[in-house]
Design a protein. Structure first.
Length: 143
């Protein structure tokens, strides 16, 4: 039995739009990560970058379930002693909802060069408008 492996020269990339309004952030991020990796394609290859472009709109209207708004923190560290900075997700969603969604998608991608390349194809907008109309993206309907 032969196995076909995707090559970078033969990959056809499409543009998809995901509307995050009223949906849980984790489910939207998992769907975006799956599209970025290309798992929905027939010629999916885990070690090749064969995914599509993904645009997430209405990131500010994404929902965090449970008590995540008050109990979950976004943490960064400068590398110096005492350099830990914590931001509660209620404040992060109010000020930078794009960053919150990007962190969620980044955590679901592989931690290697393929994951970093895939994250470069992710575009996130807080509102309903996006700048990629020229690429003629299509809405992703299957959930």
């Amino acid at each position: 039995m032969s196995t076909t492996m995707a090559k970078n020269e033969t990959i056809q990339r499409k543009w998809y739009v995901i509307d995050a309004a009223g949906k849980p952030m984790g489910r939207t991020a998992a769907l975006a990560a799956s599209l970025l990796k290309g798992k929905h394609k027939v010629d999916y290859t885990p070690n090749a970058d064969c995914g599509d472009y993904v645009i997430i709109i209405n990131a500010e209207k994404a929902v965090l379930t449970g008590k995540k708004l008050t109990q979950k923190y976004y943490r960064t560290h400068s590398g110096y002693v005492g350099g830990l900075k914590e931001t509660q997700y209620s404040r992060l969603m109010a000020t930078k909802p794009e960053l919150a969604m990007k962190v969620a998608v980044k955590g679901m991608l592989p931690k290697n060069t393929v994951g970093r390349w895939s994250l470069g194809r992710l575009k996130i907008y807080a509102g309903a408008e996006h700048k990629q109309q020229a690429q003629k993206p299509e809405f992703w309907t299957a959930e």
